[in-house]
Each structure stands twice: as C-alpha cells, then as structure tokens.
Design a protein around this ligand. Structure first.
Ligand SMILES: Cc1cc2nc3c(=O)[nH]c(=O)nc-3n(C[C@H](O)[C@H](O)[C@H](O)COP(=O)(O)O)c2cc1C
Length: 253
C-alpha cells in the first residue's frame, strides 16, 4: 500500500459506496441535537444584535482582494459589537427550516452544522479575559472559565508556529471550532468526515472576510496541540474535539 493511499482515499468522493450504507437516520435512530445543551445556571452574556454599522469596508470585492493572513495585531480591543458580528458571520443562524434545520451565514453539507464555537478572549471591550462558548440560537456567550496566564496557555496550545512565533496570544480573540461528528455521521455515515473538513473551511473564510471588513485581521491555525486544547475546554476528544482555530485582532496602523 502506498504511503498516502489511505489519506488520499479519504479526500475522494465515496458516494457510490455510501449509497448502499444504512445510515442511523435511515435506521430511524433519533436525530442528534442541533446545538450543544447547557445548564440553566450558566452565566450568559448578551451580545449586541448584529448590525451592519460595524462594517467599515462594504465592498466585497475589496474584502476579498485585501484579505491576508494577519499575525501582527495592534493593542486595540475588539468592540463587543464587532465580536457579535464575527460570531454571526461565522455561525449565525439566519433561518430555520420546517424540519428544524438551522440555516446559517455559512454553507454546510446537509445543514448538519457539526461545529461549536469556543472563544479564548484576550481583549474585547466589556468582557473579562477567559473562555466562552457561543450560543448561536440565543446569539449569546456562555461564560466557561477564567483562565490564569491565558497567554501562556495559548502559546502551549498553538505549538511552534512556522511563520511568526507565538503570535496567537497577541490577538484579541482566538476562535476554536470543535466538531461533534455524529451530527453528520447520523446522516452521512462514512462520507461525513470529508464533508466536515470542507465545511470548516467556509467558516474560516467568513472569519477572514468579516475581519477584513472591520479593519481587523485573521489567521487560520491548523497547528495546535489537540490533547491540550480538548482538555482545556473539557471536550472528550472523541464525540467532540477541536478541529480548527482562528486568531483575530485589530490591524496595526
Ligand atoms: C488549513 C490552514 C491551516 C493554516 N495553519 C496555519 C498555522 O498554523 N499558522 C499560521 O501562521 N498560518 C496558518 N495558516 C495560514 C496560511 O499560512 C496562509 O493562508 C498562507 O500562508 C497564505 O497566506 P494568505 O492567507 O495571506 O493568503 C493556515 C491556513 C489554512 C487554510
């Protein structure tokens, strides 16, 4: 077997094979929850309603043209309105179907939306440093924990970065997207996993473009310590684990 055979095979469409698979959906197993539940005693933070007034660069052509992975940030904090916009742009719910599927600002295979968004907040006006989870249905933040020495933790999580060492801790926010694969496996079984990876690319690109439109810069981060970040966020690493990261901060002038 060639060195890459298995990995390359994963990249290919296995639709013909999949056609014969009896998925959990076909078997009549219950549909997984659309979003992760939370305790009613959780501390919640209201986000300002998303408003296009935050946008400085309105021209989509310019946002696409000017987008660059940004690893140097100013000391400026993000405003809460801006964070609200970035969350809406990456996972915001814009419609719900009669069958209860959420349709969002990003496309997603079969509207399965397997992602949860966690935030490591360093500098957002009116928000304490710490870890939060985005609740897309309520458009609120759920406070998870304060994090002592958040910058050291982020350094440890983002390992040795190849371009600019230790840049992530200087961002205003680090987005960490987890996947709950069963939301897609229930419907797509063995063909779920390639779809999940493609789906996250759309989320990340919206973070890039929305950041560009508010004079902020983003950088996707695929190099991270899987075990450590799952542990820090209390994820079991199997039914839910981190898939991708994105750092955002205001651009240096
Ligand atoms: C899947 C993926 C993973 C990436 N991981 C990292 C990373 O860990 N660290 C980093 O500094 N940049 C990372 N990047 C950013 C790329 O290095 C960057 O997109 C590339 O150099 C092209 O530059 P541009 O985005 O400015 O066009 C990643 C980008 C993608 C799409």
């Amino acid at each position: 077997m060639g060195r890459y055979e298995q990995q390359r095979s994963f990249l290919k469409s296995n639709f013909l094979e999949f056609k014969h698979v009896k998925t959990d959906k076909i078997k009549g197993l219950p549909k997984p929850l659309t979003v992760k539940p939370y305790s009613s005693s959780s501390i919640m933070i209201d986000l300002p309603e998303c408003n296009e007034d935050v946008v400085k660069k309105h021209n989509i052509y310019d946002c696409i043209k000017d987008r660059r992975s940004t690893r140097f940030y100013s000391e400026e904090s993000l405003r809460l309105e801006e964070l609200s916009y970035l969350l809406w742009a990456t996972q915001g719910i814009t419609s719900t179907t009669k069958t209860g599927l959420t349709l969002r600002t990003v496309p997603c295979s079969g509207a399965t939306h397997t992602f949860e968004t966690y935030l490591f907040i360093m500098r957002v006006e009116g928000i304490c440093q710490g870890i939060y989870r985005y609740l897309p249905v309520e458009h609120k933040l759920l406070f998870m924990s304060e994090l002592d020495e958040i910058d050291q933790k982020i350094d440890a999580i983002t390992l040795d970065q190849p371009f600019v060492p230790n840049f992530t801790k200087k961002a205003a926010v680090m987005f960490a997207w987890s996947t709950i694969p069963y939301r897609s496996e229930w419907k797509y079984d063995i063909s779920a996993h390639k779809k999940i990876l493609i789906d996250i690319g759309h989320v990340s690109q919206n973070l890039y473009l929305a950041s560009e439109s508010i004079d902020a810069g983003a950088c996707a981060i695929g190099i991270y310590d899987q075990k450590l970040i799952d542990e820090v966020l209390g994820l079991d690493g199997d039914e839910e684990f981190i898939l991708f990261l994105g750092a955002v901060g205001k651009k240096r002038r």
